[in-house]
Design a protein around this ligand. Structure first.
Ligand code: CAP
Ligand code: MG
Length: 464
């Protein structure tokens, strides 16, 4: 069991997969009693009963028919159980409001379990294809961004709260003058100090003027996470039509409002706008190694529900994560086995978001959280190593507004580094030293002082 304790077998790689491929399969890591093989098996039986048709004691009301909803253990791998759940246990008419109780409901509360971490989920293709997936997807988003052949660069207006609409829009305008995307922060919506209508109007008016002046594509992800998300989306659409603009996405705090709210928004054909999912609050469930839900599960659900953009981390280059290494397994399309601790690495998440999956379009991963211009080369290298090249969005809040020469110059530095790492010369460089030399030479060129100031800023630096 020792070697197994530290590895994970992707569900589709199980030797028992073929005979279980028409069922839902969940992978859960548990701790039970003394964690002997027998204890783990017993704990998995308890978990299986609790998440399908059973309860904590034998009952007299079981019928021959009721066993159609029973779950079973597909495979055991160390402390990980792969549990089969009949596909019909998911009331598809209930969408993503019925699913969670079937795959991540009661078992976290079982007092007998000393650990329960939901690692991964598999759905049969005919379930996956019942969901719409992204309306635009990676290609559709890049088409809206003029098919730019580089990472999309964006910013979150900071301070994230407290600015009035004019102040907010002025910061946004300075970003739009250089970079591609501006988003509301996760907690800014319609506060008294920054009503959404005024913020949207002031921002989109400025954005429109910059688009007309430069001809460059721009995108504003406007937070509609409110009581009635669909009504707010329709109100935003009506205001945008009044303003004569359409360069915006609907941003939803997807964990907070629920996958179902994203799916319902995606199903509105009168609201054909990109859906941008921020994952605020995810860490309350994803960070613990004892009880929780791996973000990989949410990434799959949000892709099915229709997320065009989804925050998935920074390959360990920012404030939200430990520095990540690029495990060789991630350079394969479908690794047979991976180190368990890497299951929520950005590389694995981004592969899940973008690899072929039923009829679903790929969702564009967004990297955000403590980023700065000098962080982009490392992100580009990791993204290229998993086969996604420049197809990723990168946002910086403090890493743009904290530039010594202010927001506009910070946004220019952020965008200029994204351009610099796309040159064929840079892309041909194999080793870290050569890449570092190239970028420092680039920063030392006349006219690139703003980049050098970003690389020299002690809290930022240069990651290749
Ligand atoms: C980043 C950010 C993002 C989180 C998201 C923030 O600001 O706006 O919401 O980083 O993290 O509020 O911290 P900075 P994740 O660029 O100033 O750090 O993408 O992991 O959900
Ligand atoms: Mg934020």
């Amino acid at each position: 069991m020792n070697e197994e304790k530290h590895t994970y077998i992707p569900i589709e790689k199980l030797e028992e997969f073929k005979e279980n491929k028409d069922s839902i399969i969940i992978a859960v890591q548990i701790s039970f009693k003394n964690d002997t093989e027998e204890d783990i098996h017993e704990g998995l039986i308890e978990l299986t009963k609790e998440t399908t048709s059973g309860t904590w004691v034998e009952i007299s009301t079981v019928t021959e028919g009721s066993t159609q909803a029973d779950g079973w253990i597909v495979h055991e791998h160390g402390k990980i159980g792969y549990i089969g759940i009949p596909a019909h246990n998911w009331d598809l008419s209930g969408g993503f409001n019925n699913l969670p109780a079937n795959i991540m409901g009661n078992y976290f509360g079982l007092g007998t379990l000393k650990q329960a971490r939901f690692l991964d989920v598999y759905f049969p293709p005919d379930i996956v294809n019942k969901f719409p997936g992204p309306r635009f997807g990676v290609d559709g988003i890049y088409k809206k961004m003029g098919d730019m052949k580089r990472m999309i660069t964006g910013s979150i207006v900071k301070p994230k709260m407290g600015l009035n609409p004019i102040e907010w829009a002025t910061v946004a305008e300075n970003v739009f003058k250089e970079a591609d995307l501006v988003k509301d922060d996760e907690n800014l919506c319609n506060q008294v100090f920054c009503p959404w209508r005024e913020r949207f109007t002031e921002t989109m008016t400025r954005q429109q003027a910059i688009i007309e002046e430069t001809g460059e594509p721009k995108m504003y992800a406007h937070n509609i996470t409110t009581i009635d998300i669909l009504q707010r989306a329709r109100d935003v659409k009506a205001l945008a039509e009044e303003l004569g603009t359409h360069h915006y996405s609907m941003m939803v705090d997807g964990i907070i409002s629920g996958v179902n709210s994203v799916h319902r928004l995606r199903m509105q054909d009168d609201l054909p706008f990109p859906i941008y999912i921020h994952r605020a609050m995810h860490a309350a469930m994803t960070r613990s190694r004892d009880f929780g839900i791996n973000f990989l599960v949410f990434a799959k659900l949000f892709r099915m529900a229709g997320a065009d953009y989804l925050h998935t981390g920074t390959y360990g280059s920012g404030k939200m994560g430990e520095a990540e290494s690029l495990h060789p397994a991630f350079e394969e399309d479908d690794p047979e086995i991976i180190p368990l601790e890497l299951l929520d690495d950005t590389a694995y998440l981004n592969r899940a978001l973008t690899k072929s999956w039923g009829d679903l379009k790929p969702t564009l991963p967004m990297a955000s959280g403590g980023l700065f211009p000098g962080a982009l080369p490392r992100i580009r290298r990791f993204n290229g190593a998993i086969g996604n090249a420049f197809q990723i969005g990168c946002n910086a809040g403090g890493g743009i507004h904290g530039h010594p020469r202010g927001t506009r110059v910070g946004a220019k530095a952020f965008k200029d580094v994204a351009v610099a790492v796309e040159t064929s010369e840079y892309q041909s460089l194999e080793d870290e030293t050569a890449r570092r030399v190239y970028l420092n030479d680039f920063a030392s060129m006349d006219g690139n002082e703003h980049v050098k100031q970003a690389f020299d800023k002690v809290e930022w630096g240069l990651l290749v």
